[in-house]
Ligand binder design. Structure first.
Ligand code: CA
Length: 225
């Protein structure tokens, strides 16, 4: 059974969604508060989050931004009260999968939920990332260079996964920090340099490769071409 988190402070809408989703065979948990909803989204293993834009204590946009910065990829459908283009753009910019303008037809929301859930299943089916002779398996939490196991710490693993996901692209330190460590570390971009050094010693220096390139004045790139 798919578990859905509803973060919505309008009782009437929250109650309506709970009933409709239950009827469709979903289980639901709810919060009417931005901060609480954010903490639930962080801790709970939800299949999808329905997130209102205007919430007490923490806005839907900020919740979405934080979750994505923390690497939480749960599909998010944003609800906006007004037909305001800039709100929708902001929601999608910070990583929401879709948005609906209130009032909405429940059938439309259910259809978008099915699409978002399908997308999620697909992406979790491809947990293996490759670059050069490196294979990283996110389900098994393993890294190999050819057939040699490479032992990494959790942050080294996440950093390498992020580099491999964006293979051959130049990534700024800010981008890396935001995606691997989260937005609250934004000011400390030198953590990137430190962890890149660790990764290099465990991969490039150990195996005599040069996958991890320094792009002067910008950041780093995993290059296998
Ligand atoms: Ca609201």
């Amino acid at each position: 059974m798919k578990k859905i988190l509803i973060v919505e402070d309008e009782q009437r809408i929250s109650r309506f969604l709970q009933l409709e989703l239950k009827h469709e065979g979903y289980t639901t948990e709810t919060s009417a508060d931005g901060r609480e909803g954010y903490q639930m989204a962080q801790a709970g293993n939800y299949d999808l989050i329905i997130l209102d834009l205007m919430l007490p204590n923490l806005s839907g946009v900020e919740i979405c931004r934080r979750l994505r910065a923390e690497g939480i990829a749960t599909p998010i459908i944003m609800l906006t009260a007004k037909d305001d283009v800039s709100d929708k753009v902001t929601g999608l910019d910070v990583g929401a999968d879709d948005y609906m303008t209130k009032p909405f037809a429940i059938e439309e929301l259910l259809a978008r939920m099915r699409t978002a859930l399908k997308k999620q299943t697909k992406s979790s089916e491809t947990p293996v990332l490759k670059g050069g002779k490196i294979t990283l398996d996110r389900n098994r939490y393993e890294v190999f260079f050819d057939s040699d196991a490479v032992v990494l710490t959790k942050k080294e693993f996440e950093l390498l996964a992020y580099l491999l996901m964006n293979k051959n692209m130049v990534l700024s330190r800010e981008q890396i920090v935001e995606n691997v460590w989260g937005y609250e570390y934004e000011a400390e971009t030198n953590v990137t340099d430190v962890y890149i050094r660790y990764l290099r010693s465990k991969i490039d220096e150990k195996f005599g490769t040069s996958y991890i390139k320094t792009i002067r004045g910008i950041g780093y790139q995993f290059k296998d071409e």
